[in-house]
Write a protein that binds this ligand. Structure first.
Ligand SMILES: Nc1ncnc2c1ncn2[C@@H]1O[C@H](COP(=O)(O)OP(=O)(O)OP(=O)(O)O)[C@@H](O)[C@H]1O
Length: 606
């Protein structure tokens, strides 16, 4: 490969700290590999070079690319994630000092199960998936900022109690989680002189990829290891910093200037990836962020197709547009990217019904185990077997009818093939109460003649399950609009099914598809924006560009920082495309009219 002058200048950096500020597609990975070779050519022992990558996948990818680019360098080059690296320090420490640490994820009960149990012991009820995620993210966030979560005032009720119990549980069982890896390694490096010396001399040169997504705790490890030579080489694009919720912040890059007075700054400003249209538009767009390094972007690539802003009536039209575009030319590689995992659901349903193969990155889909889905399926199943006490106990208080625990206790003492009818014999039941029960009986009866979608609507509005959703959104701090998305997708999947068994089978099939192994025959990738980072595709469709999705509802309630991070997400999505970029806005999103994303409005002006 012929390196550009700016690339050559950058890889020529040998000693001392350096920050390489790069634009998308400018060859950051390429530069890291060429610099490694350049260090070796300058007499550096390859074993003394450590390159830290953002994820396990990028470590493997770099290893592979290195072998392809430099087959003559038949020597082990170390590419590792910071977590894998810290874990090695911890294992060595345990071996030497006789301490036992077990990774919580390697135990039968993982982090999620333990936190669920803790929550249950405090509240005597199950935690929702969203709340669990919020707690886990918050613990991770503070730990990565080197703030003791015990000392924060969280907006999550009883956060410190939950946190303390979680920490105590881990400590008394010799367990650690992912965030602990960094903190424990840091502690070991601070306190254990032998290990500190060993690791400080183990590597003479440390390179860090994706520096913009490195947390304070992670930076501290790297700084400690490289001191006093400070041979650190950080490659970063502050405009692609998208992991603020895990404690990363582009500000740390700015701080490097004050930490290292001799910091050398390099710029990679030529985008090899995208057409001039995509480069110019995305660059104008990201300029709207206030907190950023100023960089100019150029490309030698030609102008081709302009960035496409596609406005369609609804999600179905969106999927259809993508389907037809892909069908026209299946020689290209395509990516469909979205802000939330949930956005993939309708898409997967559509693509599967149209026999399109795809690979999906990120299979962290909470939909199939979400309480909204379970509740509705429970009610539907119960409507076909009104004697099922176990099902009824799960939802009786979530629908209208004022049925209470004492009624359930009464029903448990009775043999019944219709629980609601049996409830009418509850001693001393007032007249108005009987009316409620008759009303429910009639609603269940009417369900029988309805289609699946009508049944779900009836559960939501006639049985007033939707009121329960609104109440629990207020009570437990959920976003009601997000809960409604679950009901929307369930109806979307149900619309082509006739029976309840069919719907349950369809859901199982979709869940299976989302977890299916990589299919190398497919030229279509589905991914969240977070997981598409670092990759490139000929054609990229960014879907569901509506207010509340991108930017997300949470960021709209937050400060300027969170809105800027959403803009960076939009930018990461745009800059994955080599030739064709489709930015898509469905006027009606998930059954409701939706406002066009403010970011798309910005882009439309260029
Ligand atoms: N000097 C060069 N000549 C031609 N192509 C190059 C050169 N340097 C890099 N490239 C190509 O540019 C593309 C982008 O490179 P790379 O993936 O390393 O970019 P990146 O900076 O890591 O991008 P991003 O941050 O957007 O993920 C790759 O296809 C790479 O092979």
């Amino acid at each position: 490969m012929n390196l550009t002058e700016e690339q050559k200048h950058t890889i020529g950096h040998i000693d001392g700290p350096a920050l390489v500020l790069a634009v998308p597609g400018s060859g950051k990975t390429t530069v890291l590999m060429y610099r490694t070779v350049n260090l070796i050519k300058h007499g550096v022992n390859p074993n003394k070079i450590l390159t830290i990558t953002f994820s396990k996948a990028s470590a493997l990818d770099m290893q592979k690319r290195f072998k392809t680019l430099f087959p003559q360098f038949n020597m082990p080059i170390k590419f590792s994630t910071i977590h894998a690296f810290c874990y090695r320090i911890i294992l060595e420490y345990s071996r030497l000092r006789g301490k036992q640490y077990t990774l919580i994820e390697d135990t039968a009960k993982g982090k999620y199960d333990i936190l669920k149990k803790i929550y249950f012991n405090i509240y005597y009820k199950n935690i929702t998936e969203e709340k669990l995620e919020m707690i886990i993210n918050q613990i991770s966030y503070y730990k990565n900022l080197l703030i003791n979560p015990r000392e924060v005032k969280s907006d999550i009720p009883k956060f410190s109690e939950i946190y303390n119990l979680y920490e105590d549980f881990k400590i008394s069982n010799g367990l650690i989680d992912f965030d602990d890896m960094i903190l424990i390694a840091l502690d070991i490096l601070e306190k254990d002189e032998y290990i500190r010396k060993k690791y400080k001399t183990k590597y003479d040169y440390i390179q860090l990829d994706e520096g913009q997504d490195t947390s304070l705790a992670q930076f501290k490890i790297i700084q400690k290891l490289s001191h006093p030579k400070n041979n650190i080489f950080v490659v970063a694009d502050d405009d692609q910093s998208i992991y603020g919720f895990r404690g990363s912040n582009p500000q740390y890059l700015l701080n490097l200037k004050s930490t290292y007075k001799n910091l050398k700054l390099y710029y990679l400003q030529n985008n090899f990836r995208s057409t001039k249209n995509i480069v110019n538009t995305s660059n104008l767009f990201i300029n709207n962020n206030q907190f950023r390094f100023n960089k100019s972007v150029t490309t030698w690539n030609d102008y081709k197709e302009p960035v496409n802003v596609i406005i369609v009536e609804n999600n179905d039209e969106e999927y259809k547009f993508i389907f037809e575009t892909i069908k026209k030319d299946d020689s290209k590689d395509y990516a469909i990217v979205y802000r939330n995992n949930l956005c993939a659901l309708g898409l997967v349903e559509y693509l599967e019904r149209n026999n399109i193969n795809f690979n999906i990155k990120d299979n962290n889909m909470k939909f199939f185990n979400h309480f909204v889905l379970k509740d509705i399926l429970n009610i539907l199943t119960f409507s076909e077997d009104t004697s099922n006490m176990e099902l009824f106990s799960n939802f009786y208080y979530k629908i209208k009818g004022y049925i209470s625990k004492k009624h359930i206790n009464f029903l448990k003492t009775k043999e019944s093939d219709n629980l609601l009818k049996t409830l009418l014999s509850y001693p001393g039941l007032p007249h108005y109460y009987k009316e409620n029960i008759y009303n429910l009986l009639s609603l269940f009866k009417k369900l029988k003649s309805k289609s699946l979608v009508e049944k779900i609507d009836s559960i939501l509005y006639d049985f007033e399950y939707d009121t329960y959703l609104q109440d629990s959104a207020k009570k437990f701090g959920f976003n009601y609009k997000s809960l409604k998305e679950y009901t929307h997708y369930l109806k979307y999947i149900a619309k082509d099914e006739v029976t309840l068994e069919g719907l349950i089978g369809r859901l199982k099939h979709l869940e299976f598809l989302m977890k299916a192994p990589f299919n190398s025959n497919s030229n279509l990738t589905l991914s969240t924006i977070h997981s598409i980072k670092g990759l490139e595709f000929n054609t990229v469709f960014v879907i569901d560009l509506v207010e509340g999705i991108l930017p997300s509802n949470n960021s709209l309630e937050g400060d300027l920082n969170s809105l800027e991070e959403e803009r960076r997400l939009f930018y990461v999505a745009m800059t994955r495309a080599k030739e064709n970029l489709y930015l898509m806005y469905p006027k009606n999103h998930n059954g409701n009219s939706a406002e066009m994303s403010r970011f798309l409005i910005e882009v439309s002006k260029y």
